[in-house]
Structures are given as C-alpha cells and as structure tokens.
Write a protein that binds this ligand. Structure first.
Ligand SMILES: O=c1[nH]c(=O)c2[nH]c(=O)[nH]c2[nH]1
Length: 304
C-alpha cells in the first residue's frame, strides 16, 4: 500500500529573545519566545533526501535575532508579520509561514535610589521585575497573499468571591452536586481573538499594543461585572464585551477552566461555615470553552 506525505511544516521553535532598547537611561525591554513554522515545497526533502529546497531551521533562528536588531520589536504582532512575510517572500519553496510568539511582561522596579533612575522619575531606568499576571500570545500566518493574526493571552487568573450561582441543571441518577446560590467563581483565562486585518496593500494595521490592553481590560471588566448563573454565561458575556468594544476584532475564543472552590465542613469543630472557608482544588476541573463571533464571520480559531 502506498503512503502519502501529508501536511508538514518545520522551523526553529522557542527562540527566546530579549531585546533591550538603550537609547536613553530609561531602558525598554521586550521578552519573547518566538516559534517559526514553514510549509511549502518540501516533498523532496522528505522523500528523496535532497535538501535543495530546505532553509535550515538554524537560519530561521538567526533571522529572528537579526530582525530584532534590524527592525526592533514594536509589538509581537508586528514582529511576527515582518518575519512571516520575509520567509515567504524571499525564499521560493516557502509558501506559508506561521509565527507563534509568547510575550512576557516586565514592570519597572520603583526605587528610592536616585542613581539608578532617570531624573524626575520614581522608576528605575534599567531594573525590572517580571509581571506574573498573564502571558501575551500571538500567531501570525501568511500565505504570500494574506496575513492572518490571532492574538491572545493565557494564565490570567481571576476570581469573583460572590455574584455567582449554579442551579437548575439536569439531575440524573449520577448527580450529587448541590445547587449553589452564592459561590466563588474562579478561572484561568486563555483567550484568543482574530483581527479583520488581512495585510492588503494600503490597509492600515491596528494599534496592536493598544488593542491588546483594551481587550484584556474588557475581558476583566466583563468577568467582574457579570452576575453569573454559569461559567458558560460569563464566557459569553466576556466575548460579547470584546466584540462590542473593539471593531477590529471579529472572533473571540475562550477557554475557561472552572477552578472549583469547595466549602469546607467545619461542623465537626462546632463552627458554621457561612461561605467563608473554601478548599481550592487544582484538579479535576470543569472546562468551559466557546467562541463568540460577529454574525456573518466564519470563525477560524480551532478548538484544540
Ligand atoms: O458554571 C458551571 N457550569 C457547569 O456546567 C458546571 N458543572 C458543574 O458541575 N459546575 C458547573 N458550573
């Protein structure tokens, strides 16, 4: 029986890169993890052993570092687009590029020591503390014609200590869950969203950094302001809030693990637990996933 070479792609994964801007005593830094995947005319590489069409993964790694110096990193999205276009437009057998980037945020350390900070500032010019709140993500795809950008965030942990209920669900012979009229709702948000931007000639790019900050803000505000009867309902409210406020976004995909908090039985100690003492379970967890998109838009973010 004949076998067929199916979808394939290759490139250097997880290029860790820190770019320092030293133009003044107030340094700026970008901290990225960049993964390159190329696909195209690579049948011979797999089938015949000829590497004539193979751009080495080592070269893709070098390109990432060289471009960080040459073009700088204004945003992960912008950097990803520049790289994707380069690989496809300048190397014949490469037909498509996918650039995945994770970005780690750093805050400035505030210090009373005036020697380490620019005049008139309370923040250190060159000292940073890693901001552990969330990881920013982006995935850029380019096929020689169109650019597609899916940006996002992960590991954003949030909690409402009230304004959450869960009751009225199906009860069968296996149901033991007690209905809850005042519970903790906590989750670790993974969000991805698409931009209508396609990279056409003359099309202006969204302000990637501002859009990121605003999407994060709307996700958080919707989580905080929604009186929730299920995490599913909260998911819908979060996605809707983003679409209502960011015209450049077409689709929002959310993965929300329900970080269960169970009331501890304090009655053996003669104490009444009035929704005050919980056991925070880290697993198992309910996993609530869903996409909210504009009417007429075909969603492209895969459920993984
Ligand atoms: O918000 C929730 N959605 C569910 O589908 C569910 N299922 C469950 O056991 N607890 C919860 N909570």
């Amino acid at each position: 029986m004949a076998h067929v070479l199916g979808q394939n792609q290759y490139g250097k994964a997880e290029n860790r890169i820190v770019r320092v801007y030293r133009d003044s005593t107030r340094h700026e830094i970008k901290d990225l993890n960049v993964s390159v995947a190329l696909s195209g005319d690579f049948d011979d590489v797999h089938l015949t052993g000829s590497n004539a069409n193979c751009l080495p993964t080592d070269t893709t790694k070098n390109t990432v570092y060289a471009f960080a110096k040459k073009y700088g990193i204004d945003s992960a999205e912008d950097f990803g687009i520049t790289l994707a276009r380069h690989f496809v437009d300048s190397t014949e057998p490469v037909r498509r590029a996918r650039i995945r980037i994770e970005e780690y945020a750093w805050d400035r350390i505030r210090t009373p020591d005036s020697t380490s900070r620019p005049t008139g500032s309370e923040e250190a010019g060159h000292s940073f503390v890693r901001n552990g709140q969330e990881v920013r993500t982006t995935e850029v795809r380019y096929d020689g014609e169109y650019v597609q950008v899916v940006s996002g965030l992960k590991d954003l942990v949030v909690m409402n200590s009230t304004d959450s209920e869960f009751w009225g669900y199906i009860k069968d012979g296996y149901t033991t869950l007690q209905e809850a009229y005042d519970r903790i709702l906590a989750t670790q948000v993974t969000a991805r969203w698409t931009y209508s931007y396609r990279g056409a000639e003359g099309e202006s790019q969204p302000d990637w950094n501002r859009c990121y900050t605003q999407v994060k803000r709307h996700l958080l505000e919707a989580f905080a302001e929604t009186y929730s009867y299920s995490l599913q309902q909260t998911l819908h409210a979060m996605g809707t809030r983003v679409l209502d406020n960011r015209a450049e976004v077409d689709e929002v995909r959310l993965e929300l693990p329900n970080k269960h908090h169970f009331l501890v039985d304090l009655s053996p100690f003669g104490l009444k637990n009035e929704n005050e003492v919980y056991y925070a379970a880290d697993r198992m967890y309910g996993l609530i996933e869903g996409t909210v998109h504009r009417e007429g838009v075909v969603p492209v973010i895969p459920a993984v």
